[in-house]
Design a protein around this ligand. Structure first.
Ligand code: NQM
Length: 351
C-alpha cells in the first residue's frame, strides 16, 4: 500500500515543486528521501511514475515548519530531487520555490494573515539566512491573481516581493571563497562567487559560445558540457563545497554583453541542464560579480552609478531584475527581487 501524504503542488517563480509541512514527512532522512524520490518518480529521465516534470526546475521540494526563532515566522528547507539519479540534496537553496513558502504557510494556518498584505519572515534552513516576503491577502486570504509578470511564466499574477539580507557566503562561507575575484581553471578565467548561491561566472567567449544560444542548442553541445563539468568539479573543491559530483552546486553561468538594455546576459547550467531563465539567488550572485572590478563579469557589465543598483540580468527567456543595496565599502548588504507564485493542486501524494 502506498502511503498518502498531504502535499500542495505550487509554482514558485519559474519553478514548480511539492510543498509539505515538516510533521507530515518521515523524520528519518533516509526514509524521507526514499519517499520523495518515489513520489517524484526518480530516478527516471521521464519521471513517468511520479509527479515530477522531468526537469530539474520541476523536481523540487519545500518543507515548511512554524519557526521557534525570534522574529521569524516559518522555517523553509529546500530539497532538489534529481531527475535521473536517486539523489535528494539540501546542498542548495532555491529563491524561486521560496516565493511559494509564505502563501503555503498561510494556506496551512501556520501563520495568520492580515486583511490586505502580510509580511512573512522566512528562515532558509539550507543557508541559515533570512528572507522577507510580502503576500497580497485581502480579507486574510491569499490572492494569487494580479498584474505582475515575470519572464519565463506566461500571463500575470499577484506580486510577491522578496528581500534577502546578508546572503554573502551562504554555502561557501565567504563571498569569494577562493579569496580571489578571479582564478584560472583548465586554462579558463573564472570568478567563484557566493552571494546566496554558489556560482562560477565565466565569459561566454572563453567557453567558445556567444552567449546568445538557446537552452536547446547549449544542451546539445557535448564538448561545452564536458568542459563545464570539469571546471565545476574543480571549482567545487576550491569553493569549500567538497566533492560536488552529486551536488547541484556550484551553478555555471556564462556571461556576455546584454542585448536588451540590461546589465549582462547569462546562460546558466544548474549544473547539468541549462536553465530556461536563471535562478533567483543565482542572479543575485551574478549581479554581485558584475560590481567586482577584477571579476569575469565586470568588463562586460553595463553598470549604473550609486549604492542602490537596479540590475537587469538577461537570460534565455527574458530578464530578472535584482536590486542590490551596497554599503559604503561597495559590499552588497541586501538584494530584492520580484516573483509570483500559484497554488496548482492541493491533496495527497502517494508513495
Ligand atoms: O538560484 C534553479 C530555480 C533555481 C534556483 C537552480 C533558484 C535560485 O530557478 O535561487 O531559484 O539554479 O537550480 O528555481
Amino acid at each position: 500500500m502506498y502511503k498518502p501524504v498531504r502535499c500542495m503542488w505550487m509554482r514558485g517563480g519559474t519553478s514548480k515543486g511539492a510543498f509539505f509541512i515538516a510533521d507530515d514527512l518521515p523524520t528519518d532522512i533516509i526514509e524521507r528521501d526514499k519517499f520523495l524520490l518515489k513520489m517524484m518518480g526518480s530516478p527516471d529521465e521521464r519521471q513517468i511514475d511520479g509527479i515530477g516534470g522531468a526537469d530539474p526546475l520541476t523536481s523540487k521540494v519545500a518543507i515548511i515548519r512554524k519557526s521557534t526563532k525570534k522574529n521569524v515566522d516559518v522555517d523553509y528547507l529546500f530539497l532538489q530531487v534529481f531527475v535521473d539519479k536517486a539523489v535528494v540534496t539540501d546542498a542548495q537553496n532555491c529563491g524561486n520555490i521560496l516565493a511559494g513558502v509564505a502563501p503555503f504557510a498561510i494556506e496551512r494556518d501556520l501563520i495568520s494573515a492580515n486583511d490586505g498584505e502580510t509580511q512573512v519572515t522566512i528562515f532558509m534552513e539550507n543557508t541559515q539566512q533570512l528572507a522577507t516576503v510580502k503576500v497580497a491577502t485581502p480579507k486574510g486570504i491569499v490572492n494569487y491573481q494580479g498584474e505582475a509578470s515575470i519572464d519565463g511564466v506566461p500571463g500575470t499574477a499577484s506580486a510577491i516581493p522578496i528581500t534577502f539580507k546578508d546572503t554573502m557566503g551562504s554555502s561557501c562561507g565567504a563571498l569569494l571563497p577562493t579569496g580571489n575575484q578571479k582564478d584560472m581553471i583548465d586554462g579558463v578565467t573564472v570568478t567563484c562567487i557566493d552571494n546566496g548561491m554558489p556560482v562560477v561566472v565565466i565569459n561566454a567567449l572563453d567557453m567558445g559560445i556567444s552567449g546568445n544560444e538557446s537552452r536547446e542548442a547549449l544542451e546539445q553541445n557535448e564538448r561545452l558540457k564536458k568542459r563545464l563539468e570539469s571546471i565545476r568539479l574543480q571549482a567545487g573543491k576550491m569553493m569549500n563545497l567538497g566533492d560536488v559530483t552529486h551536488k547541484s552546486v556550484p551553478k555555471m553561468s556564462m556571461v556576455s554583453p546584454a542585448k536588451h538594455g540590461g546589465v549582462i546576459a547569462t546562460r546558466t547550467f544548474i549544473p547539468k541542464r541549462c536553465h530556461t531563465s536563471i535562478g533567483v539567488l543565482g542572479a543575485v550572485s551574478v549581479a554581485t560579480a558584475c560590481i567586482l572590478p577584477q571579476s569575469t563579469a565586470f568588463t562586460i557589465a553595463n553598470l549604473a552609478e550609486g549604492q542602490s543598483k537596479t540590475m537587469s540580468i538577461e537570460h534565455p527567456t527574458g530578464e530578472m531584475t535584482v536590486i542590490l543595496e551596497l554599503n559604503s565599502q561597495n559590499e552588497p548588504i541586501n538584494a530584492a527581487i520580484l516573483r509570483t507564485a500559484r497554488k496548482l493542486f492541493d491533496g495527497y501524494v502517494f508513495a
